[in-house]
Design a protein around this ligand. Structure first.
Ligand SMILES: Nc1ncnc2c1ncn2[C@@H]1O[C@H](COP(=O)(O)OP(=O)(O)OP(=O)(O)O)[C@@H](O)[C@H]1O
Length: 271
């Protein structure tokens, strides 16, 4: 799925009217099948950006287009169908506590289903084999029939990611997929998402706090700060100086990236 933002402005619905916009006029193009990581300090607007792209948050100015269509011009039913073509994995997956893992993973198909199909899928987990295969990509196949509330936080997070593999979506939006994972699991989870998205031609956009993982696993990295684009570069061109500028403590100090000395890139080449 192609994504285009043109001077898009996004505000959290609960934000004060006089608060600066979380996304403050962002222009960005993402090609179908591309994999992109969004990094930036806490409060930079990463989650808000994903919500704008997911048509979960309406831009207060500018435009967001998915495959050339502004979702907010669509009739309600068409907007629902469009939302069924994308998969948004929130930081904390909303998994009902007493649900079995197999049902939770199969629920990845729900947004693309009609009402009766979704009801059937909740009562009888469809396609157990597909759920098991998806869980195996995250090293969780042995938890297929476990109850969700008997999993660790990191296991629940991986179940939330395994859902994407059951979804027929053309766009995966993954918000902080690694926050509860140890480094080895984090690398495995990112590799699974990247490889599966590439194999299906799915566009993948992930917000990440783990800069090293973003640079190692994604060919293109966007740096966000105060809701604006700090950089949009191939991973190989994201230098320590750019990262220092991106994460510099506020104190009214925002270094101009172009003024910083050129430094050795952190990664050897594109992934
Ligand atoms: N629940 C909320 N109520 C009001 N304003 C909010 C809320 N959540 C976010 N915001 C506003 O939106 C801004 C961007 O938040 P967002 O969650 O998009 O950032 P983020 O980069 O994802 O942060 P983090 O890395 O901490 O998850 C915040 O700085 C805040 O101004």
């Amino acid at each position: 799925m192609r994504i285009a933002l043109a001077a898009a402005v996004g505000r959290h619905p609960a934000a004060r009217a006089d608060a600066p916009a979380a996304i403050a006029g962002l222009t960005l193009d993402i090609a179908p099948g591309e994999a992109l990581a969004v990094i930036g300090p806490s409060g930079a607007g990463k989650t808000t950006l994903l919500q704008l792209i997911a048509a979960a948050l309406r831009p207060s100015a500018g435009r967001v287009e998915l495959d050339g269509t502004d979702p907010w011009t669509l009739p309600r039913a068409a907007l629902q169908r469009l939302r069924g073509r994308l998969f948004l994995a929130p930081q904390t997956p909303p998994l009902p506590p007493r649900q079995r893992v197999v049902t939770a993973v199969t629920a990845g198909r729900l947004p693309a289903m009609g009402f009766w199909q979704s009801l059937a899928a909740l009562v009888h987990a469809q396609d157990i084999g597909a759920a098991e295969a998806a869980l195996a990509r995250f090293d969780l196949a042995d938890k297929l029939f476990e109850r969700v509330d008997r999993l660790s936080g990191g296991e629940r997070q991986r179940v939330g990611l395994a859902r994407a593999l059951l979804s027929p979506a053309a766009l995966w939006l993954v918000d902080e997929p690694l926050s509860a994972l140890d480094p080895a699991r984090a690398a495995q989870a990112l590799a699974a998402l990247r490889d599966e998205a590439a194999a299906r031609g799915v566009t993948l956009v992930a917000s990440l706090h783990q800069v090293d993982a973003a640079l190692a696993s994604f060919p293109r990295v966007v740096g966000l700060r105060d809701g604006r684009l700090a950089f949009d570069l191939p991973a190989a061109e994201v230098t320590p100086a750019r990262l220092q500028a991106l994460y510099a403590a506020r104190e009214d100090f925002a270094p101009v990236i172009e003024d910083l000395p050129a430094e050795r890139p952190l990664v050897a080449g594109r992934c």
